[in-house]
Write a protein that binds this ligand. Sequence first.
Ligand code: DGL
Length: 270
Amino acid sequence: MAVGIFDSGLGGLTVWDAVSKRMPEVPLVYLGDNAHAPYGVRDADDIYALTTAGVARLFEAGCDLVILACNTASAAALRRMQEGWVPADKRVLGVFVPLIEALTERHWGDNSPPREVAAKNVALFATPATVASRAFQRELAFRAIGVDVEAQACGGVVDAIEDGDMILAEALVRSHVDALRRKMPHPDAAVLGCTHYPLVEEVFRDALGPDVTVYSQPSLVAASLADYLARHPDKVGAGAEAAFLTTGDPKRVSSRATQFLRREIPFRAA
Ligand code: DGL
């Protein structure tokens, strides 16, 4: 069985890229819900309905394990899905926990009580829906104490990236970093809490300066998935077909994806 990777659009390709480099032997089926992106400005019920539809499509494509490579879906829908929607023989995992484990210096499954960690002032950059959910702060509170989190809802960045307007995306990132600094002048760590943002990671790094440690998800999620599959080898099997599926226009999505990853990424209709 292949492993599924779901995102509202193109952002999850940053996770796909890291996973495919780390585990080239695992067939991956990617589904981008480009017809409904961005999710970050939708309400939680809407995000839940769209995410369950997308994940059901990946189950249908032969995936027993699906990674929600979308913080917005992970924040607004994952818990509800795990509580009553995911069938017993399937798994759906989000992208928040690996990031928070890295920030709080923990290994997978370390459920010891929350403790002090090196990061004290953390800037969270995410979509409006992720910020509104407070899921990041909730997961962090299980693992760390004494961390001040300032969240910046980065309106417009995902739309600009989906439209391929990188000049606008860059300008928006710089203005969101400025806005964050007005609330928290000296963050020591910054979390790029949206899978689209690694596509403009250099702009975040440049605007934040060298004193801020930037946590970006793709490699953390890939490492955590490799670890999960080593513990649950039954969740992947040989022989399934890799694919890129989209609910949007395959031609348009393929050309954007190829531009971002600088290699041919052929999408077909989901
Ligand atoms: N890339 C997604 C995330 O990680 C969602 C962006 C969106 O659709 O607004 O949050």
